[in-house]
Design a protein around this ligand. Structure first.
Ligand SMILES: Cc1cc2nc3c(=O)[nH]c(=O)nc-3n(C[C@H](O)[C@H](O)[C@H](O)COP(=O)(O)OP(=O)(O)OC[C@H]3O[C@@H](n4cnc5c(N)ncnc54)[C@H](O)[C@@H]3O)c2cc1C
Length: 501
């Protein structure tokens, strides 16, 4: 295997270190931007010890292949620590409960929800593999509360013990990988792929826990399982999010390094169609208000309130996210500002006289994220919008409420509640961007594709980083679909890399 001439400085140290492995071909052309102080060699190098990386590590190590998992954080889990569960069709758990799901109908619905932009073959592969994947997880000690419908309508969602991957998934999978002989190197940031003269990926460069540059050669492939780029503000902004209106962006350790390193190796970006796990919340207030009252689902995503942009315009039918909570960030994404406006009648319903909810309302009033006023003019002043525009918008809306017909956005009559009784409220809402889904184009084996759609030999991209199942919107109608893909893509990539596909 010969290393290619990339636009990096020649590294004499790299040549010396690799030579010591007795690999003359590596030594002949070694080029990298950094000088490794030590070189390792494994059959498979897995980058990231989260949901997909752990599945890949277990699958690979159990075949007897030598496997190393390089993880930038001091612990395993990544975003998977917060994952509630995983979708599956006809798993043993479902069969024991007599739950049968038609896979075809589900794929049809998903493709329709994505306006046919998601990959059909990727869905077909996934749904048919999920049952066996869940049985496999159970065999490896992953623990579940049971099967329920979560945000969907069918009993597809296999909920982890403790409602968290940190309890049900990560410890069992990390232990299984270790038992099977996988090596974990923590505090190790991978930021470069090493390629041979044909462009095949044959290793990585990383900074280890001691701050040393190391090279890890991969005889059978590198599996990038890095969990997306949602912590990279610039990339998130390119997908239309107004960063100033984001409460927080990304999970720690997901800063786009691996996206860029894959691009540097010639991979095709699908950044223009990235979907997001993202929601709306009120800044500096708990996501979930006490007793479920006034939570972001009830208070902020309220289909009863009037959603207002920075021009005091109503900009959508406020029940738009009823079918999928992930839709919430779409019409608001490009807004300069978003507030929901309602009156004391609705506020009383939200708070319900609950003491803690009222305390939280006060907290919002104190920190300025919730405004209260006795007139719409005063409210407009506090919101920083034109009073005449706000008055006109509310007057028009109230007329539709009286008629029971929303002639602008067609919101159903039962959701039309006038903004009529002082005090009036404006709740300033911001976006929480948690996970980017879809970053590098992949094929059915999760091989990274180049710009001409040819697989890049030796490079696999799995989990949310390589997901082709969503385009622009994470449909969420199959609850746990993302995580089903994490497990399936990790396992599939390993089988292909080891010639067992
Ligand atoms: C709070 C939360 C709840 C979720 N709930 C669900 C759910 O219930 N169902 C569902 O289907 N999906 C859910 N998701 C979405 C998705 O399944 C998770 O984001 C999941 O963790 C993605 O798995 P992954 O393997 O792609 O990435 P991760 O699990 O995030 O793992 C990536 C790992 O790679 C490491 N890493 C990143 N870059 C590098 C680098 N350059 N070098 C070395 N290491 C690196 C990271 O530190 C991390 O440990 C949820 C996500 C979040 C954040």
């Amino acid at each position: 295997m010969e290393l290619s001439r990339r636009s990096f400085v020649r590294s004499a140290a790299a040549v010396a270190a690799v030579s010591s492995l007795g690999n003359a071909a590596f030594a002949s052309e070694a080029q990298q931007s950094q000088e490794p102080e030590e070189v390792f060699e494994y059959d498979l190098v897995i980058v990231g010890a989260g949901g997909s990386g752990l599945a890949a590590a277990v699958e690979a190590a159990e075949t007897g292949a030598s496997v190393v998992v390089l993880e930038r954080m001091p612990y395993a889990g990544g975003g998977e620590l917060g994952v509630e569960g995983i979708f599956g069709v006809n798993s043993n758990m479902q069969q024991a409960e007599g739950i049968h799901i038609s896979a075809g109908e589900m794929v049809r619905a998903e493709l329709a929800a994505s306006q046919q932009r998601a990959s059909g073959p990727a869905y077909v592969d996934l749904v048919h593999a999920t049952g066996e994947n869940i049985n496999w997880l159970v065999e490896h000690g992953v623990t579940f509360e049971g099967v329920d419908a979560d945000t969907g309508t069918s009993k597809l969602f296999h909920r982890f013990e403790g409602d968290a991957g940190a309890v049900g998934y990560v410890p069992a999978m990390e232990a299984s990988a270790l038992n099977a002989g996988a090596v974990f190197m923590y505090d190790t940031l991978v930021d470069e792929l090493v390629q041979d003269t044909n462009g095949a990926v044959c290793g990585v460069l990383a900074t280890d826990a001691d701050g040393r540059c190391i090279q890890v050669n991969a005889l059978k492939g590198v599996i990038v399982a890095t969990g997306g780029f949602a912590e990279d503000f610039e990339m998130v902004a390119k997908n239309g999010f107004n960063i100033a209106n984001c409460n927080y962006v990304g999970m720690k350790g997901h800063d786009g390094t691996s996206h860029r390193m894959c691009l540097a190796a010639g991979a095709q970006s699908i950044h223009d169609r990235t979907a997001y796990l993202a929601a709306m919340s009120v800044r500096d207030l708990p996501d979930f208000f006490h007793d479920g009252r006034f939570s972001f689902l009830i208070g902020v995503a309220s289909p009863f309130a009037v959603w207002i942009n920075e021009n005091a315009e109503r900009f959508t039918n406020e029940d738009f996210a009823a079918s999928n909570v992930m839709l919430m960030t779409l019409p608001t994404r490009g807004n300069g500002d978003t507030n929901i406006v309602f009156d004391s009648v609705l506020m009383d319903i939200y708070t319900g006289g609950d003491e803690v909810a009222l305390e939280q309302l006060q907290q919002g009033l104190d920190n300025g994220e919730i405004k209260q006023a006795d007139s719409l003019e005063e409210l407009a002043l506090l919101m920083g919008v034109a009073a005449t525009s706000l008055a006109a918008t509310i007057e028009r809306y109230n007329a539709y409420c009286e008629e029971g017909v929303d002639e602008d956005y067609g919101k159903p009559a039962e959701l039309l509640i006038p903004v009529a009784q002082a005090p009036y409220y404006a709740v300033h809402i911001t976006t929480d961007v948690q996970v980017s889904i879809g970053s590098i184009a992949t094929n059915r084996n999760f091989q990274a594709l180049d710009k001409e759609n040819n697989p890049i030999e030796g490079l696999y991209v799995v989990g949310v980083e390589g997901a082709m199942l969503w385009a622009n919107v994470y449909t969420m109608n199959i609850a746990g679909g993302c995580n089903a893909n994490n497990v399936n893509s990790g396992r599939t990539a390993v089988r292909h890399a080891l010639g067992r596909a």
